[in-house]
Every structure is written in C-alpha cells, then in structure tokens.
Design a protein around this ligand. Structure first.
Ligand code: FES
Ligand code: FE2
Length: 438
C-alpha cells in the first residue's frame, strides 16, 4: 500500500506538481507521424494536463501549440492550417510551428504586437514514425532518448496508439507485474497458445528487482525442472516506459510508453519489433487486424471509435472502455477466456483501469509478486525528491544511451546469477540478435 500523500505525488502530473516537474524533464512521444498531414486537420491533444493542438505545416514541419489563441482565447483546434502556419478563425491571427506571429489581419502593420505576441509552442522531433515533444522549460532540450524500437529499421517495427481511461501509473503497473500474465490472459477452452506459455508452468514466480540508471529491472524466476529456471526480466525505464521480454513462439520485443494525457487518461503507445530483420508479414497483419477476431497486445483497426475533433486524442479512443465494461461477457468466461474479456490488451486495460481512474492505494494488500511495483514507486518517489530538494536530474533525462536496454527471457541452470548471465542480452545493440535461444 501507499500513503495517500505518496499516491497523490505519483499520480498528479499537471504543471507545478512534483511528478509533473519530473515528467517534464523527458521527451514525450505524442502521435504517429502518419496521423498528421501537411496542411491537414490540426488534432486536439492533451499531455500532462495541458490542452494542446498538434499540426503539420505545408513544409512538413510538426508543431505543438497551446489550444488557446493569445488574442482572446479562441480554440486553436479550429485553426486553418494553411501556407506554413495555423490561423485562428476568430480574427485571423496566424502563427508558425514555433508560435511566432505570421499575420494579424486586423492589426496595424506597424504595431509592436507582431513582435511581442507569441502562441506558446513546444519543440517537436520526429523519428521512425513517432512524433515527440518536450514540455520542459530547458532553453535547449536534451537529445531524444535512444529506445531501441525507435531506432531499428522501419520494417522491423509495428506501433499502435490508443487511449486508456485511467491514471498513467495504474496502467504502467500492469506491465511490470509479470505474475498476472498466465492467469489473466489464460483460456479455459484449450485454444490459442497462451496456456502453453512457459510462464504458465509456474504460477508463483519469485521476484528479484534491481535499481538501474534507467529505472528498474524486474526479474522473475520460475522453476522449470530440478536443473533449470526460467527467468523473465521486464524493464521499467523512467519516467513511463515498460519493456516486455519475448515469448518462445513470438520472437518480438515489445513494450509501451504510458504517456499521461492528464491525471485520469493515458496515451498508450505500444511497440513490437524484431532486433534483426523485418517483422514477419503475418505477424504485422495479426497485430494490425487482431487474430481471428481476438485482440492482441495492440488495439486492432476494428476497435477504434473515432470521436469528434473536440475530444483530445479522438482518433485513438476505442470501443472497449470502463463505461461499457470493456466488452466483458459472462458466457465467454464460462466457455473460452478465463477472464471473459475479449483479447490481451482489453484484459490488461480492464484490470488496470480498475474501479476508479486513480485507485486509492491505501486500500491495497501487496504480495511478493508485487515487488517490481513497489520498487518502481520507490524509485520514482526518490527521483522526485532528489529533483525537488537537490536539483538532481535523473540519468536518462540528458544521456540518451541510458535507455539502450532490452527485456529478456532466458533459461538458466538453477542457482545462476541472473544479473551476470543476462548482462549481455539486456544491453540493446543495434543490429544484434537476442544473444540467447528463446
Ligand atoms: S481570438 Fe484568435 S485571433 Fe482573436
Ligand atoms: Fe497482461
């Protein structure tokens, strides 16, 4: 359990909050590149509680600006995206991607307002199909973090975005808790391959978690036989990334950025990639379309439920939400899925979203398999305190190579030192394969 004060500290991300200040040290992935077209419709977004608009100008440059026009506050989401700028529809003031005034039709050409007024804008970068922005106040933002999925060739990677209606930490905690996987995702009809996951052979993994420069390594050990253990090491990368190890039949690395939209909504960027060679076409097709009507870890194209442009991230809302019970079906629970929930990410989302967007963690009863969650919370609380009291910045904020790590799943002889045995495979080296047999 957590104290109410710590729960508040970890979950609130708006400007001026302790976690909000910590998050603003890092770049935020915020949109797929192909979701913003040159001179296309601006998209209302929201990040760390800030009401924003994203657009791409005529030259292809992406911009993130606040939603309120600096004249008299009309929504910039209605803006006309034309001739290298976004023009407010109220009185026609026009701004470029940096927020500089380009035109003020009803203002005298000699007015000083052309120089003094700005639309608040945040820096943007683009790499390998992902748009990034930086909400911090550093004059010169740090380099983008080197996270392997965003550096491998484009044909190796599949990404998807969706909105989840709960606090970012609640969502993230589902992915550093590998004890849930063979239970929540299990089937009672013997179909699919989940029940054959190696992890399903031992439902009481023993956890060993270590702090790292990048965050936390969460290792879990399952007994295979008297000579062999199966170790899965998930990684938490500050401030909101999780990396998941490959399964024997699914040789992809995967993970999420759990980017806070506000305190009660999370933008879930999921990535799957192969470290060497293109992602198999069949796998790409399954991730995009689901597997025989079932959802995989990625939201399939069939489940998006586009909302009006006034809804932040309206393109990435899905039909599985807390207000309709995520498609829970009692009949299915009796006959097919252990959970009665239709597919992997939906099962995760339903449990992570839980009974309220910010769970009252004073009511928890944590057990041994929650060790990774406990250490991740502690690491974040310590990081926030160090920043606030001593101005100490987390290692990954300024040194992009800090994040070149992988999650691993390895068989080892009983008694092995997992940190030593997995040290090589846990280091991400571009172009290098796993370095062990799956
Ligand atoms: S409110 Fe935008 S130009 Fe007047
Ligand atoms: Fe899961």
């Amino acid at each position: 359990m957590l104290s109410q004060a710590d729960n508040e500290t970890l979950t609130r991300v708006g400007p001026g909050t302790p976690m909000g200040d910590y998050m603003r040290l890092f770049w935020l992935p915020f949109y797929p590149s192909d979701g913003l077209l040159p001179d296309g419709q601006p998209k209302r977004i929201k990040l760390l509680g800030e009401d924003l608009v994203a657009f791409r100008d005529s030259d292809g440059k992406p911009g993130v600006v606040v939603n309120a026009c600096p004249h008299r506050g009309a929504p910039m989401m209605y803006g006309r995206n034309e001739e290298c700028g976004l023009r407010c529809v109220y009185h026609g003031w026009k701004f470029d991607v940096t927020g500089k005034v380009m035109d003020m039709p009803a203002v005298d050409d000699a007015s000083l307002m052309y120089k003094s007024v700005r639309l608040k804008a945040y820096p943007c970068r683009e790499r390998n199909g992902v748009l990034w922005t930086y909400l911090g106040d550093a004059a010169e933002p740090p380099p983008l973090p080197d996270i392997e999925f965003n550096l491998v060739p484009a044909e190796n990677v599949f990404i998807s975005f969706r909105v989840q209606e709960c606090n970012w930490l609640q969502a993230l905690e589902g992915e550093i808790d590998s004890a849930h996987a063979p239970i929540l995702h299990g089937r009672i009809d013997g179909k699919g391959s989940i029940n054959n996951w190696i992890a399903a052979q031992d439902l009481q993994p023993k956890f060993d978690c270590k702090r790292r420069d990048f965050g936390v390594s969460i290792a879990s050990r399952r007994v295979i036989d008297e000579n062999t253990d199966y170790w899965r090491v998930n990684q938490f990368l500050a401030p909101f990334w999780t990396l998941v190890p490959p399964q024997a039949k699914f040789p992809e690395l995967s993970g999420h950025a759990w980017v806070p939209i506000d305190d009660e909504n999370t933008l879930c960027l999921m990535f799957s990639y192969t470290p060497v060679g293109p992602l198999y076409p069949k796998m790409r097709e399954v991730l995009a379309n689901g597997h025989r009507g079932r959802e995989t870890g990625h939201a399939s194209v069939n489940v998006y439920d586009p909302q009006p442009p006034t809804t932040p991230y309206g393109d990435f809302r899905t039909k599985y939400r807390p207000d309709n019970g995520f498609g829970f079906d009692y009949e299915s629970q009796q006959t097919s899925w252990f959970s009665g929930l239709p597919g992997l990410w939906v099962q995760d989302a339903a449990c992570q979203a839980g009974v309220m967007p910010i769970y009252d963690r004073t009511q928890e009863n944590l057990c041994a398999t929650d060790a990774g969650i406990i250490l991740t919370r502690r690491m974040l609380l310590d990081g926030i305190k160090a920043l606030r009291e001593q101005g100490v910045r987390p290692a990954g904020a300024d040194a992009p190579e800090t994040f070149m790590v992988r999650a691993v799943s390895m068989h080892m002889p009983v008694g092995s030192d997992w940190q030593q045995a997995a040290a090589g495979p846990m280091t991400a080296r571009l172009g290098a394969d796993f370095g062990y047999a799956l």
